[in-house]
Unconditional design. Structure first.
Lengths: 644, 522
């Protein structure tokens, strides 16, 4: 079948699924709804496979499939078309989105079976898929922005899926508005790029880049990149806009897995990789991105160590892992960023779904203090979760090991890197190992603290099947990106397939003085840090259980600061949002009603007053009229006399 | 005859409604205004999108000694505003089917008369005729608020009437001055034709206020700024909207506010190019202040309708920003945003009216959990909200994007500040949606939910065309932009020497042949 049609179908199929379930949104037939939605998603995955196979069949360097649907809008010199572009970069994305997406659709069938509105749920899920595909397939910034805001909208709808709970509705709103701040930045970025390059199409920007870069002062490009990065901090939950993501856990757990771990939140990373040729021209912004990424990775990981809600732990973990990806793009390691994006999609989706399976089994309990010993009740969930745990803490040869290590190596050795970034990354890796091990201990191992009335049980096949697939991917997913130094010593010398795939389209900042010895040494350090942290967590939560409280007491204020998430939310509400609302009330009551409106009355009173004054002059009193006449005569005569 | 029919047929309809018994008023005016919309589609079909010249021109002497004529014509700037008017009128009549129960006949006469004056305003090419229609439209609206309005309707309608008329008087003085100027230009013969006004070269001194062009510009600008309304001339709007009956609000926000921005496009910008260029910063500043101020004040409104009213101040601020940015993006976006605002705010007022009819409350704090009690209503409301906050694939995005791009190009600081409105707009709308539709059940919802709060068929029929347009205009904006492109390009490229020709179809054919011959190198 022809490629253009297939690209179009990637959007049309989920849209049809959305329509089908959207129109009958009150139906409780979860099986039908889930089957239709999963079929739409599954077909998208098959199409993606076909398309990627076609790409592979093309000669290297010419792997592009484009499809022009229609001219979207034009005004003056601004014209933008509804067009898609598929190249090796978003080939990775569509496989992850539709592949992981389909698994999550299937998982949802069991998960949402008891809900009142399964059809609505699946309608939103398909709508999300459609928007996510628009986001990654768009051949220009505007089409990307359509998907960008579209996924935000779906995220809003899905976080607030159980809208009767005011907190959940508020979480959805918070996500949308925080994202909007980023989107405002994104818009400004688009404006800057359009005014600099005269186009918003990726390929045209790329062709005009060399001449423009030579001619132009880099100021506008720097600003444009900064604005785009602000957009990314919103969507991908980076400092300072990450605050919506932990709250977003109010949504159904498969949604957290799909939107808030595997796909949507990685959009910012994808966008920067897509625009990497422009970003490398703004080294200042690259540094900012790397620093923000490192800080986010570190900050969120420390918060993760102190949380008790299983989903919140995973949420902060996601923020932290996204921080790694931004650290990577910030040091010019675009391919490792994409690599980590992919492996993270596998193991984080796995763990979120695993937590969903746990929550499902625990009758909606999310507090890890009330779990423990679930291993024996839920063997499959436990085993797959175990794989996810090993992957994220970077145990070789699981997926996370390769991708995280690539990032750490680049953050040290890349020309845009710095040893301090590496240190931050390694500490964050240590924290990651700690909180994930802690999560395993509290949830699955040790003795059970499950309340008597709850009877944990293994989830149905529709839920465990996706877990198994993702578990396998979490193990083998990293093998397509084995670093060269390791490939050189492993028997058979496996190549770095992913790098080979992306290299023709992504220009990286390569380490200049790469030394295999240093790379191995650094790898050893980060591995030992992770191992030691994991051991500490094991010791704390299974062996010497009094130690956590002891440490907590010793740390005192510092601990509560971290467990209160550095009180960033409080700061935003106390210092920005509430004052803004007070200001608005003030504007309304004092400026609008009591000043501007009063001024208009003043104006009308002046008219009225002068009218009254004039009326008083003509009161019918003859003597008074005679006085006016004589006054008039006097004035006139005086004037004439003075004049002459 | 086409345009005259378009203007005056609604008056004939009004007479028919008047002649028939009151029980026929609703169906007859719905049918006739619906027919009128179909009629306007004929105009749309016959409209030539390739020219910036005036089309379907009719000109007749009216007061010859002063050069005042009955002069109507249409171009790409007025085309969609006329369509918006003919489109919204039948929907509004259907939407007020059960809301207006008192003096039904009078109401529909007022509606149809209003339609005539609004279309007249958009089609008049003689300044005096424009002024007459511009002012005449106040009268039916005055009655509509004053008779069918809420508790403080008299106060609100008098304020609305006097405030807007106050501004228009300055315009009247200014256009008389312009007529005298044409006398000099045309050698003794006065003219009130806007086309003749365009030819005037009005003396301008930069940096001074007391020169003809600046003074005349500000006289016009005051009239339009009040009508739009621009900050700080907006305080009549919340009062008028809160007291107006639903159809009054829909037409007021949907069409009448656009008379102000249309006035800027037709008269304010092209007549006084130097003054506009010199003072555009002031208008952009006021527009940006309006965007942010309107949004902030909207955020803290306890009354849904007042919230929508203040959101209009914010949205119309975008339009003004686009117009005064005066580049292709800003002008296109500004015109598009006028239509968007007509559709999305019209829809919002309609929907607020629908729920008010059932619960007699517009207090946000009394609501909550409406989504459970009225799921279809909620879906449509959220779609309209998305249009209002300019989510891509809805109409709002196209307008806002182009305006912000244009504003950013013209003045990056103001442009960047206006982008803040994108965040604030989402904030006040979604916060309202959250409090009204989500969360626990509010008292008013509990009280009335057994009576059925969801849309009925009639209301669904009213909303359907609006929803369709929201997506149509968002996904295929070129279908609409096409109609205005030539006119807007003409305005943008020839600002200093703006003139409008009169389109003559037969002549055009010849020129086309001629140019084809040229291309062939003959």
């Amino acid at each position: 079948m022809n490629e253009q049609l297939l690209l179009g179908l990637l959007v049309v199929l989920p849209f049809l699924g959305f329509l089908f379930n959207g129109i009958r949104f009150t139906s409780k037939n979860y099986k039908l709804a889930g089957t239709v939605a999963s079929t739409a998603s599954g077909l998208c995955f098959l199409i993606s496979l076909t398309l990627v196979a076609k790409l592979i069949g093309m000669p290297e360097g010419e792997r592009v499939i484009t499809s022009h649907f229609f001219d979207w809008f034009l005004a003056g010199d601004f014209s933008v078309s509804a067009s898609f572009l598929l190249d090796p970069i978003n080939a990775v994305m569509i496989l992850v989105i539709t592949g992981v997406g389909t698994l999550i659709h299937i998982f949802s069938i069991g998960y949402i079976s008891h809900d009142e509105r399964p059809s609505k749920y699946f309608a939103y899920l398909n709508l999300f898929l459609m928007n996510m595909l628009i986001l990654v397939l768009g051949d220009n910034l505007l089409v990307m922005f359509v998907g960008w805001e579209g996924v935000g909208l779906c995220s809003y709808l899905l976080i607030g899926f159980w809208f009767s709970d005011p907190e959940k509705a508020a979480a959805g709103m918070k996500a949308f508005i925080t994202n909007r701040i980023g989107d405002a930045g994104f818009l400004l970025g688009i404006f800057m790029l359009f005014l600099s390059f005269g186009t918003v199409t990726f390929s045209e920007i790329a062709t005009r880049l060399p001449e423009t870069a030579e001619m132009m002062w880099t100021g506008p490009i720097t600003l444009a990149c900064l604005f785009l990065f602000i957009g990314a901090t919103g969507k991908s939950a980076q400092i300072p806009l990450y605050v919506w993501l932990p709250d977003a856990m109010a949504g159904p757990t498969p949604v957290s897995a799909l939107i808030h771990a595997a796909t949507m939140v990685t959009a910012g990373v994808y966008m920067i990789v897509r625009m990497s040729d422009v970003f490398v021209l703004a080294p200042l912004v690259m540094n900012v991105i790397a620093i923000i990424g490192a800080l986010t990775a570190l900050g969120a990981a420390t918060i993760g160590m102190t949380q008790w809600d299983i989903k919140k732990i995973l949420a902060y973990s996601t923020v932290s892992q996204l921080g790694y990806m931004f650290l990577a793009v910030g040091v010019g390691a675009f391919i490792p960023a994409m690599f980590h994006l992919m492996t993270h999609a596998f193991f984080k989706a796995l763990m979120f779904l695993g937590s969903g399976s746990v929550i499902h089994a625990m009758a909606d309990e999310q507090d890890v203090r009330k779990m423990g010993g679930l291993k024996k009740y839920m063997p499959i969930t436990h085993f797959t979760f175990l794989l996810g745990w090993l992957a994220i803490i970077g145990a070789p040869p699981l997926a996370g090991f390769f991708s995280k290590d690539e990032i750490l190596w680049y953050s040290f050795a890349s020309p845009a890197g710095h040893w301090s970034l590496w240190v931050a990354g390694v500490i964050a890796a240590g924290c990651t190992a700690f909180y994930m091990t802690r999560l395993m201990c509290l949830t699955f191992w040790g003795e059970s603290r499950v309340p008597k009335e709850v009877h944990p049980h293994e989830s149905p096949v529709s839920m465990t099947f996706p877990l198994i697939v993702l578990g396998v991917l979490s193990v083998v997913g990293g093998w397509i990106g084995i670093p060269h130094v390791l490939g050189a010593i492993i028997p058979g010398h496996p190549p770095n397939v992913l790098e080979h795939w992306l290299e023709p389209v992504v220009r990286m900042l390569k380490p200049e003085h790469a030394s295999a010895a240093v790379e191995f040494a650094l790898m050893g350090i980060s591995l030992s840090v992770a191992g030691i942290s994991a051991y500490f967590a094991y010791d704390f939560y299974l062996v010497h259980k009094d130690r956590p409280t002891m440490v907590t007491k010793k740390l005192g204020g510092l601990y509560s600061l971290v467990s209160d998430k550095y009180r960033i939310d409080e700061f935003y509400f106390g210092r920005i949002i509430n004052p803004l609302i007070d200001l608005s009330k003030g504007l309304w009551l004092y400026i609008d009603i009591n000043f501007i409106d009063k001024m208009t009355y003043l104006a009308s009173d002046m008219v009225k007053g002068s009218g009254q004054f004039l009326r008083s002059l003509q009161n019918g009193n003859l003597q008074q009229y005679a006085l006016y006449i004589s006054l008039g005569v006097v004035v006139t005569i005086t004037y004439i006399l003075m004049g002459s | 005859m086409l345009l005259s029919l378009l203007i005056f047929l609604p008056l004939v309809y009004a007479l028919i409604v008047m002649a028939l018994p009151a029980r026929f008023s609703r169906p007859v005016s719905l049918a006739l205004s619906g027919l009128h919309f179909v009629f306007s589609l004929v105009l749309l079909a016959r409209f030539d999108v390739t020219t910036a010249d005036l089309q379907f021109v009719e000109q007749m002497d009216w007061v010859k000694s002063f050069g005042i004529s009955y002069f109507v014509g249409i171009d790409g700037i007025s085309l969609w505003l006329v369509m918006l008017t003919t489109f919204l009128t039948p929907l509004t009549i259907l939407g007020s089917w059960t809301a207006i129960t008192d003096k039904v006949k009078g109401f529909h006469v007022a509606m149809l008369a209003l339609e005539a004056t609004m279309i007249g305003t958009f089609l008049a090419m003689d300044a005096v005729l424009f002024y007459v229609f511009f002012e005449a439209s106040l009268i039916p609206m005055y009655f509509m608020i004053g008779i069918w309005g809420g508790a403080r309707r008299i106060y609100a309608t008098v304020k609305f009437f006097i405030y807007t008329m106050f501004g228009s008087l300055f315009m009247l003085v200014a256009l008389i001055a312009l007529m005298f100027m044409t006398q000099e230009m045309l050698g003794g013969q006065m003219s009130a034709s806007i086309l003749d006004f365009y030819k005037l070269e009005i003396p301008f001194v930069a940096g001074q206020f007391l020169n003809s062009q600046t003074l005349l510009f500000f006289a016009f600008a005051l009239a339009f700024a009040i009508k739009v309304p621009m900050f700080p001339f907006h305080t009549w709007l919340p009062d008028a909207h809160v007291e107006a009956p639903t159809p009054g609000s829909v037409i007021l926000a949907g069409v009448m506010l656009k008379m102000g921005t249309y006035g800027f496009m037709r008269l304010g910008l092209p007549l006084f190019p130097e003054a506009v260029e010199y003072w555009s910063w002031l208008f952009m500043l006021l527009a940006v202040v309006g965007i942010i101020y309107g949004a902030l004040v909207a955020m803290v409104q306890p009354d849904i309708k007042k919230l929508v009213a203040y959101s209009s101040v914010s949205h119309m601020g975008y339009v003004v920003l686009g117009l005064f940015a005066f580049n292709a993006y800003g002008l296109t976006g500004g015109l598009y945003q006028m239509l968007n605002h007509g559709i999305s705010t019209g829809a919002l007022f309609l929907m607020v009216g629908m729920i008010y009819e059932r619960t007699h409350s517009r207090e946000i704090s009394q609501y909550g959990g409406l989504a459970k009690a009225a799921p279809w209503y909620t879906i449509l409301f959220v779609i309209v909200t998305m249009s209002s906050i300019a989510v891509p694939m809805t109409n709002g995005f196209i307008g806002e994007f182009l305006i912000l791009l244009g504003g950013f190009e013209a003045n990056p600081i103001f442009g960047a500040m206006a982008v803040l409105g994108v965040v604030l707009g989402a904030s006040y709308m979604l916060w309202m949606v959250k409090r009204v539709f989500f969360g626990g059940e509010g008292e008013i919802v509990t009280k009335y939910k057994s009576a059925g709060l969801d849309l009925n068929i009639r209301e669904a029929v009213v909303m359907a065309p609006l929803i369709v347009l929201i997506f149509w205009m968002g996904i295929f904006p070129n279908h609409f932009l096409r109609g205005s492109k030539a006119s807007l390009e003409h305005l943008e490229k020839n600002m200093r020497t703006y003139e409008l020709g009169i389109h003559n179809p037969s002549q055009k054919d010849q020129s086309e042949k001629y140019s084809m011959a040229e291309e062939r190198g003959e």
